[in-house]
Design a protein around this ligand. Structure first.
Ligand SMILES: [Cu+2]
Length: 122
């Protein structure tokens, strides 16, 4: 084998390795899960959401009502107030399976029924 041919083989093997690494990187990052919830006066349109461990979640929160609402998911998404007609996006990745309470943090709204459960499957 000439030295030139040797380098050609080495470069070819390196390119193959790069291609495999690129493929591997893609498959280890799951596509984000898109969820949507609508706040109304005075309830959520859904009270049960599901996600998966280590899968990023993009949750779109739409306030369809005429009063302020404030969404929070215990342990996953910090409280954020959303004004009437506005939309907020909550991005988080659950790392443990289980049931997480979500609710509206405006005074009295949780008691009025603005509460639900996000179930994270293993
Ligand atoms: Cu509310």
């Amino acid at each position: 084998m000439t030295i030139r041919r040797f380098f050609a083989v080495v470069i070819l093997l390196m390119l193959m390795g790069l291609t495999l690494a690129a493929c591997g990187g893609k498959s280890s990052q799951p596509e984000p899960l898109a969820l949507t919830i609508h706040a109304q006066d005075i309830k959520f349109d859904v009270t049960a959401l599901t996600a998966k461990v280590n899968q990023p979640v993009n949750l779109t929160y739409v306030n369809e009502g005429v009063i302020d609402h404030a969404f929070v998911i215990d342990g996953l998404a910090d409280e954020q107030k959303v004004k009437p007609g506005e939309t907020a996006t909550f991005t988080f990745t659950p790392h443990t399976a289980g049931a997480f309470k979500f609710y509206c943090a405006m005074p009295g709204h949780e008691m009025a029924g603005m509460v639900g459960t996000l179930t994270v499957a293993p």
